[in-house]
Design a protein around this ligand. Structure first.
Ligand code: ZN
Length: 814
């Protein structure tokens, strides 16, 4: 059987292998490796249990300690610290490969850099040499979602196996592949979950999720940050991947719910993002089917493909690679209860359904789910076994088709350069008056490897939208100090995916309901940041342009006269214009919206205190605070919190009726209550404000808008709209829209409405008529105070820099 049907003749491979395996040097290395393997400690010898054993957990300190031992004991492993977590823990990567590769990492990094950017390759001969000499770089990342804990434990076993195995296949893999193993890109979360698991072991709460976010700011949204790069963890891994190593394959290991399929592997569900190269979609499918076949061969049941997870959305660990010409995959194993086994019944499986799967125990097998699992006890070890087989599949493909992957990776970058887009560029025009937003946008782009340049002098351009529409617009001058992002660059797909407006296909189920996308439908960055960035055609020849390449965010900050980033403290100035005692409500239901709000406050150096349920219930709030912010939470979630019995008593029950009363008194005594999106429900219903949410109760066949950018029309005279023009883009994610009812107390001042028409800017909006012209932001006076009601999300995932100012206005107003 030929292992390399595409390029290399099998004989060449056989010859090369015989050189490697039979030379005196190779024999010496084998002896050396065997001796070294004997010195490599097993995970069990350090932990006192084998990774994956029922009701055991290795915490981050132990995981790190084990990798440090491997680094010392094995010449196949080198461990590096790539950054610090939000709470100050070291983030690590383990390079695992043959000893001679490990000794030459810098050389292989240089080859990768050139393959990633074909402009650095002199000629065909050099290209062939790079492909011949290069190694396949595969990144495997575990447990970014910390309650999906098993992969972080699996990483110990995987690293041990690869460090010690002497079989022929592993040797070939180590020869051909450099593995970047990230035991977790969220060390803080591993520690939080391990501490909680141990604390609750052998109590009624064993196996529950911790009642706090497992990332200081983002919780589960730590995997929604891969183009905005708000989090220090995302920044560190992005630097490792898209500035240093350019992995050809990235594998992100997750777990899903407890009662569905046992293991999801690609191909993904529809729709795909139109900017992903078709070749990459095929490669994703190839790896997925290889995993599925290997699992089946090993007797593992319940593996599903083509379900639930799609590739539309950009912003995940496994989606960022598509926009860097790399293959990104994820797998999702069914969860146990953290590390506690879980019985799963036939009935539970029969009642579980998702897109692409009517039931986890269907009456008839389907092509994408041919061998359902019949139920029984589900153990962490089952998850670990699925994951180990999957990693091995990926490494095996990578090793066997090394040359083909490298060639395709190079070709995708070259195709992006060869497009007819040589004179097309996005233009972030100087003088928009939002310098921090410009610095954030350009900084994030450059950090993920996108080329951005500054105009040293003006440039003549024509509006490309008008050219496409058939007219010939006059040339105009783009002013000096504007930033431009050419489409002709290796990561052109990323530029398009971040700058274009998304047009999500109208997808309905058989009964006319909206089919929910996996994540959001729209994210266009200039819109989220409130910046104009049109696509323009540059009329001047390249030789006449005067451009400077931007290397990092501080380049931009220096140009714009902003304070530079130094160390970990954010250099942004506090935008609140009066001394104000500010509080932010925090529920024990672990709200990501609360976390992101905290992130925005901390980033802008806005001082605040956290209000827990007991603090709200205790009352007397006006004596301590001027402004209280409620993040987006349903009324019931705020009032009732976690149900009794699920957690120890201190984490159950919400603010209750006493808390509602305390908030009402706070407002009546002159306080300001700011409600984001869903929490408006509490103020409207409990304080009987003369408003209603017109979208409440609508079926998804009537109205649906799952994470999109909508156009607002702003009353520029309103104090809460200070600093805004008439048209503003805002983020809407199954959010709210208000109408005045006339019943109830309080005067309503409308600050912004959803536009009367053409509301959708980017994403998917079904049923515009229900929303058009309705209130998006209002202020209602009550007693001596007021309630500010946001229908949309002014701080969604800390991406919506264009609407942060509404928050500062709401807090700053006397
Ligand atoms: Zn996950």
């Amino acid at each position: 059987m030929s292992r390399h049907p595409f390029r290399l003749a099998p004989l060449v491979i056989a010859f090369a292998l015989s050189l490697v395996l039979c030379s005196p040097l190779a024999r010496a290395q084998q002896r050396h490796a065997s001796t070294a393997a004997a010195n490599v400690p097993t995970p069990q010898s350090m932990l006192g249990f084998a990774p994956g054993d029922d009701r055991t957990i290795a915490d981050w300190a132990q995981i790190r300690a084990y990798f440090a031992r491997l680094d010392a004991a094995s010449d196949r492993v080198r461990v590096e610290t790539i950054g610090q977590s939000t709470e100050g823990r070291p983030l690590i990567v383990a390079y695992i490969s043959a000893p001679e590769n490990i000794r030459n990492l810098a050389r292989y990094q240089e080859i990768q850099r050139k393959l990633a950017d074909p402009r650095l390759v002199r000629d065909d001969a050099e290209r062939e040499r790079l492909i011949h000499d290069g190694k396949m770089v595969v990144a495997v990342s575990c447990s970014i979602h910390s309650t999906e804990i098993v992969a972080s434990q699996m990483a110990l076993r995987l690293a041990y196996d690869l460090a010690t195995a002497q079989d022929e296949e592993t040797r070939q893999i180590l020869q051909n592949v450099i593995l970047l193993l990230i035991p977790s890109p969220n060390p803080d979360g591993i520690q939080i979950v391990a501490d909680w698991y141990r604390k609750t072991l052998s109590t009624p709460y064993e196996g529950s999720d911790p009642p706090e976010l497992y990332h200081h700011y983002a919780g589960h949204d730590d995997n929604r940050d891969w183009f905005m790069l708000n989090l220090t963890e995302t920044q560190a891994v992005t630097r490792l991947f898209w500035q240093q190593w350019f992995p050809e394959v990235v594998y992100d290991i997750h777990q899903q719910g407890q009662t569905g399929s046992r293991f999801f592997v690609p191909p993904f569900f529809d729709p795909p993002n139109p900017n992903i190269a078709p070749l990459l979609l095929r490669e994703v499918g190839l790896i997925g089917h290889k995993i599925a076949a290997d699992e089946e061969a090993a007797g593992m049941q319940g593996v599903i493909t083509n379900a639930l997870y799609d590739t539309w959305w950009h912003g995940g660990f496994r989606t960022a690679p598509y926009f860097h010409n790399s293959v990104g995959i994820l797998t999702e194993a069914a969860s146990a209860k953290i590390m506690t086994p879980l019985p799963v019944t036939k009935e539970q499986l029969e009642h579980s359904s998702t897109r692409g799967m009517d039931s986890a125990l269907p009456k008839f097998p389907t092509t994408n789910f041919p061998d359902p699992w019949p139920g029984g006890k589900w153990r962490p070890r089952d998850i670990m076994k699925l994951e180990l087989i999957a990693v091995h599949s990926v490494l095996s493909l990578a090793s066997n088709y090394r040359e083909r992957y490298l060639r395709n990776f190079y070709a995708l970058g070259r195709n992006a350069l060869n497009s007819e887009a040589g004179s097309l560029t996005y233009l972030i025009e100087a003088g928009q008056g939002k310098d921090e937003n410009v610095a954030k946008l350009v900084g994030a782009l450059v950090a993920q490897g996108v080329e951005v340049q500054r105009l040293e002098r003006e440039l003549h351009v024509r509006d490309y939208e008008q050219i496409l529409a058939g007219s010939s617009p006059p040339a105009r001058e783009a002013p000096a100090n504007s930033y431009i992002v050419f489409l002709s660059q290796p990561y052109a797909a990323n530029v398009r995916a971040l700058f274009e407006r998304q047009v999500y296909p109208n997808r309905l189920t058989a009964n006319g309901e909206a089919e929910r996308p996996y994540d959001v439908a729209g994210w266009t960055l200039p819109m989220q940041l409130g910046l104009e960035a049109p696509l323009v055609y540059v009329t001047e020849p390249a030789a006449q342009r005067r451009l400077t390449l931007i290397r990092d965010e501080n380049d931009v900050r220096r140009d714009l006269g902003l304070p530079l980033r130094q160390g970990t403290r954010s250099p942004l100035a506090n935008p609140i214009t009066r001394p104000v005692r500010l509080a932010l409500y925090k529920s024990w239901t672990a709200s990501m919206d609360e976390g992101w709000t905290r992130y925005v406050f901390d980033t802008f150096n806005v001082p605040y205190q956290t209000l827990l349920d007991k603090d709200v219930r205790a009352g007397n709030l006006r004596a301590h605070y001027d402004v209280i912010v409620l993040p987006s939470l349903r009324m019931r979630e705020i009032m009732e919190g976690n149900p009794a019995g699920r957690y120890p008593a201190e984490f159950t029950g919400g603010i209750g009726d006493a808390g509602v009363e305390a908030l009402r008194r706070f407002v009546e005594a002159g306080g300001t209550l700011v409600c984001f999106d869903a929490s408006s429900e509490l103020a409207i219903k409990q304080f009987k404000l003369p408003l209603r949410n017109v979208l409440e109760g609508l079926k998804s066949s009537e109205f649906y808008c799952p994470g999109s950018i909508l156009r607002l029309t702003v009353d520029t005279n309103a104090p809460l709209a200070h600093g805004f023009g008439r048209d503003v883009d805002a983020y809407f994610i199954n959010s709210s829209a208000f109408d005045v009812t006339g019943d109830g107390g309080g005067r309503v001042h409308t600050v912004a409405r959803y536009a009367d028409k053409d509301v959708l800017r980017s994403g998917w909006l079904l049923g515009e008529k229900y929303l058009a012209g309705k209130i998006a932001l209002a202020e209602v006076s009550l007693g001596q105070g007021r309630v500010v009601l946001f229908g949309f999300r002014p701080q969604h995932r800390a991406q919506t820099w264009g609407t942060f100012l509404f928050i500062w206005d709401a807090i700053s107003k006397q």
